[in-house]
Design a protein around this ligand. Sequence first.
Ligand code: TYD
Ligand code: MG
Length: 454
Amino acid sequence: MARPVARARRGGASGGGGEAVAPVALGEVRAEAVARLSTGIGELDRVLGGGVVPGSLVLIGGSPGIGKSTLTTMALANLVAAGRRVLYVSAEESAAQIKLRAERLGSAPHALRIPTIAETDLGAVLATLERERPDVCVVDSVQTLYSAGLSGAPGSVGQVREVAGEIMRVAKTHGTAVLLVGHVTKEGALAGPRVLEHLVDCVLQFEGERERTYRTLRALKNRFGSTSEAGVFEMRSDGLVEVLDASARFVGEATRAPGSVVLAAMEGSRPLLVEVQALVSESDLEIPRRVVSGIDRNRLALVLAVLARHGGVGVGSSDVFVNVVGGVRVDEPGADLAVALAVASAARGVALTSASAGSTDLARPTDLAGLTDPVRATDPARPGAAESPPLACFGELGLTGELRTVAHAERRIAEARKFGLQTIVTPEIGTLRAALRILRRPEPAQAPRELAAR
Ligand code: TYD
Ligand code: MG
């Protein structure tokens, strides 16, 4: 396997007396192709960089209930089906509980064949690993295993380090790949997994809202692949299902009501269209609420400040709620413009659709006449809004109100076009103020008073 550069001959302890090591030119280093093991879950394989690397240590973090046990159980079930040796170590649930989960899965027959131990004692787990020598082992979770030799409670920094370190030592000896499950609280707190990030080969983060169906899996660190990959899953009654047509779903479900806009986001190397919604309502609190889901709270603060200062949209005394629909998280600056447009649209009660953008001089030419598949009106009360496809946008907001380019503009535009969104506001429009001109043309039915003031 392609462990980093030569560790073949090592000198003695540093500080004298050590034997010199002959450096090798990188071009002459032999890097054997790594044979990866497919987990049978396309999205997981992709995020890993093409499957599990034998002997590697992968940390899968996420909040409780997000689906870590489900995902890892499904992966092992597929590996068993492919004839691999696997082991599921549960230090959290009883074997009976794991069986119940396995029975719910679509891949149930194979899931029920997974060799499982319910054990919290590190020593016993290590001995089992030595004896079984599986190709892939899941340890669920690193915070609940514990070493009797150490004093700290399970989950303490010392214990977590010891557990991960010892498992890695044994696993590397036998070429066992280990998927280490770790709990991360919403704030990303909990000493646990964070202290392991430097130790492991890959750190995957499983995110989403527990109550919602959609989850994203992304790589935060990957020694064997790119960290820009992400996968989208949906939690169903029979387990996690890969969502391959996420854009189509999110666009199809987009409301087109005031406060809604489609963001052409990038999930790793893949474009993804998501609906960003905002609600602005008069607050009775001294410090109005700023509630976000799916975006960074500080980023909202920045967007609101720029909107007020450079866009003429002040929401200082209002509660502001921003939500990325479906429980998706978009942690990228490219989301700024969508947040700004959604908030402005909500504040003014003007829907953002291709129709509202009709006469606006959009930087990226939009072929409104060429619309082939206009969405049919579903709400006769809002004919204008319902007839036109939603507006798509992306762009980073600068502090002086300018729009800044973001990576992969072409791919974002292509994705929006692919799903029938012809009107796309891109950073080329220049400034936030220019982008907000779209909102100048309210639909007749709901011309808001505020517009007169502009
Ligand atoms: P789980 O994998 O146990 O989460 P984690 O290990 O990250 O704590 O499952 C998460 C939730 O998903 C749990 O509340 C039950 C639900 N679930 C389904 O909806 N469908 C299923 O097929 C399974 C197995 C779980
Ligand atoms: Mg679990």
